[in-house]
Write a protein that binds this ligand. Structure first.
Ligand SMILES: Cc1cc2nc3c(=O)[nH]c(=O)nc-3n(C[C@H](O)[C@H](O)[C@H](O)COP(=O)(O)OP(=O)(O)OC[C@H]3O[C@@H](n4cnc5c(N)ncnc54)[C@H](O)[C@@H]3O)c2cc1C
Length: 297
């Protein structure tokens, strides 16, 4: 089935890639190919496939104490292996939850973030980890690079907002520590994306008080919801939260989601409400910081 008559070019450097992209408007980046090869009419007659796999610079991971830079051609498995030493469970659980081991050897970080029409778990988790992406505009005479927060890649429907000819070159993941993290993917994201729900959640706890909350709810075919206002409202809350408070907050969040994102099913909303209640209910006071502060007196 696959495009035997298509033109394929394999640059080995960014400069070569730039020269190729400048001279044509129909270049399609090919990363792991797991999305492209599964789409019936994705490639048009006039398209040229630009294979990114021979550009070494795009497959690098570098680290300092504040962040990790990950090239767009790093695979999900490579990030998982190397990340065991750097990342907390939220990102590791998200990567583990992505497809099977064999497919994770093919899926690249760039490809996972740049599928045009469907959002899986990685964008949501990376969004709440203060990740930024480096975009490289290869369509201009001069190479222009800019960093933007990852959630700005998408509109509220979760559709990719970058122009053709713009390469997502790398992502920069911040290494902040959080006290409480949860990742849930309910449903079958590949076979039944329209009924699937993904929640990425993290919070910081100062003794018995919630002092930072980040949450993203992803509906693969409808969009991503990041709740800044409600997260703000939770700051200062006394832990553990009461059942009635978790019910009130989960209802506020789901009402907000219904207003902001269209096309969500009643099943997704119900699952979302219950999952948020159970996550909030599980957040406990931070015993370690209580013991440290008691030790001071
Ligand atoms: C059976 C199966 C199960 C799967 N299960 C899951 C799952 O559970 N969870 C999950 O998250 N994913 C899952 N996936 C993967 C997901 O559906 C996509 O196929 C995958 O994320 C695409 O990555 P890729 O590297 O193969 O990208 P490709 O298919 O090569 O490209 C995808 C898109 O991104 C563009 N692109 C690629 N790299 C860049 C770049 N650097 N800059 C700009 N644009 C770029 C391409 O032009 C194309 O439009 C599954 C895939 C399969 C086949």
């Amino acid at each position: 089935m696959f495009y035997s008559n298509k033109k394929l070019i394999s640059p080995t450097t960014i400069n070569e890639l730039h020269a190729i992209m400048k001279s044509r408007t129909n270049g399609i980046f090919f990363a792991g190919g797991t999305y492209i090869m599964n789409q019936q009419n994705y490639l048009k007659e006039e398209d040229t496939i630009i294979d990114l796999s021979n550009i070494k610079e795009l497959d690098e991971i570098t680290r300092n104490i504040q962040f990790v830079d990950v090239g767009c051609m790093v695979t999900a498995n490579k990030l998982l292996d190397i990340g065991k030493l750097a990342f907390t469970d939220l990102l590791l659980d998200t990567l583990h939850n992505t497809a099977t081991h064999i497919i994770r050897n093919q899926i690249t970080i760039g490809g996972a973030l740049c599928t045009p029409d469907i959002r899986y778990s990685l964008p949501g988790t990376l969004s709440i980890m203060n990740t930024v992406v480096e975009l490289l505009d290869l369509s201009q005479d001069k190479l222009v690079s800019k960093f933007i927060p990852i959630d700005k890649l998408y509109n509220t429907k979760g559709e990719l907002q970058i122009e053709k000819g713009v390469l997502l070159k790398k992502i920069r993941i911040s290494l902040d520590n959080y006290d409480f993290e949860k990742f849930f993917c309910i449903g079958d994201p590949i076979r039944k994306p329209e009924s699937t729900l993904i929640i990425s959640f993290r919070a910081n706890i100062d003794q018995t008080i919630l002092n930072k909350v980040n949450m993203c709810v992803t509906f693969p075919t409808c969009g991503m919801y990041i709740s800044n206002e409600i997260a703000q409202e939770l700051i200062g809350a006394q832990l553990p939260l009461t059942i009635s408070r978790t019910i009130i907050i989960s209802e506020k969040i789901t009402n907000d989601i219904k207003k902001e994102i269209t096309g969500i099913s009643a099943l997704q909303i119900e699952r979302c409400k219950r999952l948020i209640q159970s996550i909030l209910f599980e957040i406990e006071p931070n015993q370690e910081s209580i013991e440290i502060s008691e030790g001071l007196f």
